[in-house]
Write a protein that binds this ligand. Structure first.
Ligand code: NAD
Ligand code: DAU
Length: 354
């Protein structure tokens, strides 16, 4: 491995991965290939743009010619694919963009990897492909995928294609399925940065439904370490779950943010739920542990550290929370009904019986 193409490297996890790899290795050249959608941002890479072992190319992973050109120009031997449409709420409004980038884009990269006989194709996938996981169970890599949103269905489709290229063509692929990442440079549509930046400005925090959904909030650098390990030690054709293995309720996540900021609980506002909202994600992480990896942060530590980063880096997120963002916010939340105390009490009653 010498020249790594990091697709989607101007996004949240991709940019953290680029920084991590440049710091850890002194002999890898990293090329970021990114379309710079609303979620892509060169500010995420501000401190590495002039690095001698770094290059940035703007392009679309669905554009086969552009993908082949960048592979040729930089003699790429490895692809790590982060590029995707990633926000579940946006996938409910506009599913086509998710099918296009997450499925067709992955197919385009796989074709290029096959044609150029690359050493490794790594797909960054998600725990959402398993769908809702019942209490008392944890999803294992061998479980069938059961996605329920246009986002997770597109990611699951991509995973199946990646596996098909291993079985059919012998392409050396690996897949990691990550839990909910938090950390620096996460676009503030996702819940932890959205609620943190809202709370800093004393704006309400729109909690979906009863807020008792469970997620495994995971620190982004821990995820980057796991991807690095799988790239070097993972078995081609294998899938690896990556998370803390300790999910918490969303209401607890909100409390941690408010505690860290010293803000009142009165900012919590229960609103109409997300359509098809998965109640619980939970993964068994024993396979990646057996490879020699372990999470360095609990969900609580990960959330607190993230909140502190947003407090210290207003320069980064204030530019993003501009008029365009406000228009998105109004479209997403403006018409969402605020739940009455009776409705919330009824939801709590239902969730106790689960
Ligand atoms: P993000 O939305 O912050 O970044 C996505 C990046 O992909 C952006 O820079 C964007 O410009 C780029 N991109 C989008 N469409 C593109 C296209 N057609 N061609 C080239 N570039 C394109 O996303 P993220 O949260 O950093 O997620 C990265 C990957 O990790 C995704 O594949 C996502 O499904 C997966 N994942 C995310 C999480 C999470 O909690 N954020 C957890 C598990 C897995
Ligand atoms: O689990 C991994 C996935 O995590 C990634 O694959 C996705 O790319 C990433 O977006 C994330 O998906 P989620 O839907 O879990 O993340 P989000 O931050 O949108 O929401 C987290 C939880 O918070 C979820 O239960 C919905 C809830 N939520 C979210 C928002 C934006 C709210 O209650 N209110 C909100 O305003």
């Amino acid at each position: 491995m010498k020249n790594i193409l990091v697709t989607g490297g101007a996004g949240f996890i991709g940019s953290n991965f680029v920084r991590y790899m440049l710091e850890k290795y002194d002999d890898y050249f990293i090329v970021v290939f990114d379309k710079l959608t609303y979620a892509g941002n060169l500010d995420n890479l501000h401190d590495v743009l002039d690095h001698p072992r770094f290059a940035f190319v703007r392009g679309d992973i669905c554009d086969a010619e552009a993908v082949e050109a960048v592979i040729r120009q930089y003699e790429v031997d490895t692809i790590v694919n982060f590029a995707a449409e990633t926000h579940v709420d946006r996938s409910i409004i506009n599913p086509g963009a998710f099918v296009q980038t997450d499925v067709i884009g992955t197919y385009t990269l796989l074709e290029a990897a096959r044609r150029f006989d690359l050493e490794r194709y790594h797909q960054v996938s998600t725990d959402e492909v398993y769908g809702h996981v019942e209490e008392g169970r944890r999803a294992k890599e061998t479980d069938p995928v059961a996605p329920r949103s246009p986002y997770s269905a597109s990611k699951a489709g991509a995973d199946l294609l990646v596996n098909a290229y291993f079985v059919t063509y012998g392409l050396p692929v690996t897949i990691t399925r990550g839990a909910n990442n938090v950390g620096p440079y996460q676009y503030p549509e996702k819940v932890v940065p959205l609620f943190t930046t809202n709370a800093i400005d004393d704006r309400p925090l729109p909690v979906y439904g009863d807020g008792r959904q469970k997620r495994d909030y995971h620190y982004v650098i821990d995820h980057c370490e796991a991807i690095d390990l799988v790239l070097h030690e993972g078995q081609p054709g294998e899938v690896y779950n990556v998370g803390t293995g300790q999910e918490i309720e969303n209401l607890r996540m909100v409390e941690i943010i408010l505690e860290e900021l010293g803000k009142p609980r009165s900012l919590i506002q229960h609103v109409e739920d997300r359509l098809g909202h998965d109640r619980r994600y939970a993964m068994d992480i024993s396979k990646i542990r057996a490879l020699g990896w372990k999470p360095r942060h609990t969900p609580e530590e990960a959330i607190r550290k993230t909140v502190r980063w947003y407090v210290e880096n207003e320069w980064w997120w204030r530019k993003i929370r501009n008029a365009d963002f406000e228009a998105y916010y109004q479209a997403q939340y403006g018409r969402r009904r605020v739940l009455s105390p009776e409705e919330i009490a009824a939801l709590y009653g239902e969730s106790k019986q689960e």
